[in-house]
Design a protein around this ligand. Structure first.
Ligand code: CU
Length: 66
């Protein structure tokens, strides 16, 4: 299962790392691939989309399912 998120507020590689780690801590996530250029995260695994959004927002970015 793959979930795509729109992520707003990332400005550099540090942001990408922070969002990636936050997503990979969510239960069920196997892998998260985050694109700064596209403002997007692709999450593999059986994770609750609301939990993914919450994890990104807890890091200070804005997210919504794409
Ligand atoms: Cu940054």
């Amino acid at each position: 299962m793959t979930t795509k998120l729109r992520v707003e507020g990332m400005t550099c590689g540090h942001c990408v790392g922070a969002v990636t780690r936050a997503l990979e801590r969510v239960r069920g996530v196997e892998r998260a691939t985050v694109s700064l250029e596209q403002g997007e995260a692709v999450v593999e695994g059986a994770a609750d989309p609301a939990a993914l959004v919450a994890a990104v927002e807890d890091e200070g970015y804005r997210a919504r399912p794409a």
